[in-house]
Design a protein around this ligand. Structure first.
Ligand SMILES: [Zn+2]
Length: 421
């Protein structure tokens, strides 16, 4: 268990609104009251560093089982810990898909350096034809239901699934892309798309799905979470739904916040993701959505792929980019440094927003609790070198970027899971 003192650290705890310099004492993994004797504990001079509740990422892919050359539960968990995360929600688009209680049991492992909260499929085999046994999955520990990678296009089926999920008190998370409109699209309209002859992904594929999901939320009362928002109109629709009092949330991924389709430098598969990067108007709207809490959380959509599936140009690349080990740096750069977001709000999008979506208690740094803590260094920039990642995958669009923040210590459930200080 963790035994240390963070001396003169900036404590940022959005659950209580606390933002002040203090000492944090952790002994036997538990946060102690101020003034308790710190004899025998390792003291870290943490002046200038930020201590926050452990970060949560509600959207990660650990390719296990099915594609463990790209990522295993162990490598994904190590990447999460190194990125400052204590809790992650894994997606069920593994092979086989996560539509059974047995699958859920294989995902939850206490020995890993991050707490995995697995989501489970909405439909059997993620085929979009028959609803999975949601009650059984909820009992077995499903944190949420999603067919991520695909939406459930059949509206009648989605309505029935949401009605059941609402009764179980679990959110439905949707990869909101209607396949009939998206077709084989892989990039939004831009000069590079015409230059390379790439099939276009119309923004209406997402917007129409978001509008449908909000309508089904209104009809069923089921908490609806829209994954990886990429379009300005989606943000506007979610803002209106929330103003109406509907339980709709949405997530902003680091890549959709930091990059526009106009920024893609050339024929590089590391810029291909689903949904694709929006244009500059979309990026502006997603940032505004985060600032006014229309989008209550950040989530990486960490999507590992082997080099073989990403290194042969845009057209041949698989969809998806990794994000766990650059998430803190990219979102700090974009939202705190460029947009002037308060640090309390920035931490809240990585802690309070995700926990609220899952109906979990608010992550906090209160004494007497087993510590879940992320220590962040913003004193000097670091350069992204994918060769040093804990993730097995290297498919990031942020290679070479100078980032202004990183995790230097992660404590998960009272255990030190990452330390680089
Ligand atoms: Zn997705």
């Amino acid at each position: 268990m963790t035994n240390l003192v963070l001396k003169s650290v900036r404590v940022v705890d959005p659950a209580t609104g606390r933002d002040e310099t203090a000492d944090i004492i952790i002994s036997d993994g538990v946060i102690r009251e101020d003034g308790v004797t710190a004899d025998g504990l390792t003291v870290i001079n943490a002046a200038g560093l930020i201590a926050a509740p452990g970060f949560w990422d509600v959207h990660v892919h650990f390719r296990d089982p099915g594609n463990t050359l790209a990522e295993t539960r162990q490598s994904g968990a190590a990447a999460a810990a190194a990125g400052g995360f204590t809790h992650v929600v894994t997606m069920p688009n593994t092979n086989p898909a996560g539509d059974s209680a047995e699958w859920l049991r294989t995902q939850i492992e206490d020995s890993l350096p991050v707490k995995i909260l697995p989501s489970a499929c909405i439909t059997r085999g993620r085929q979009g034809r028959e609803i999975a046994d949601l009650a059984d999955l909820a009992t077995a520990g499903a944190a949420a239901f999603t067919d991520d990678g695909a939406t459930v296009a059949d509206e009648t089926l989605m309505r029935a699934a949401m009605t059941r999920a609402a009764k179980l008190g679990k959110p439905v998370m949707d990869h909101a892309v209607l396949p009939d409109i998206a077709g084989n699209g892989m990039i939004r309209d831009c000069a590079l798309a015409s230059q390379l002859g790439l099939p276009l992904f119309p923004p209406e594929a997402e917007i129409a799905a978001v509008v449908r999901d909000i309508r089904l939320c209104r009809e069923t009362g089921c908490a609806m979470h829209i994954q990886h928002i990429s379009c300005a109109a989606s943000v506007a629709a979610i803002r209106a739904a929330r103003a109406e009092g509907l339980p709709v949330t949405g997530e902003a991924s680091p890549h959709h916040l930091a990059l526009a389709v106009e920024d893609i430098p050339g024929d590089d598969g590391n810029y291909r993701m689903n949904p694709p990067l929006g244009n500059r108007t979309d990026v502006r709207a997603i940032r505004d959505g985060v600032l006014d809490n229309t989008l209550t959380l950040f989530a990486t959509d960490h999507a590992p792929h082997t080099a073989a599936t990403k290194d042969h140009g845009f057209k041949k690349a698989a969809f998806g980019v990794i994000g766990l080990e650059t998430a803190i740096g990219v979102t700090w750069r974009v939202m705190v440094a460029e947009e002037g977001m308060s640090i309390l709000d920035w931490v809240a999008r990585w802690t309070l927003g995700p926990a609220a979506l899952l109906g979990a208690p608010a992550p906090n740094l209160a004494p007497s609790t087993l510590a879940d803590l992320t220590l962040i260094d913003t004193r000097k920039p670091w350069q992204v070198n994918p060769g040093t990642f804990r993730s097995l995958a290297r498919n990031t669009p942020f290679a070479g970027w100078k980032l202004p923040a990183r995790a230097v210590l992660t404590v998960c459930q009272g255990r030190t899971t990452f330390r680089d200080i």
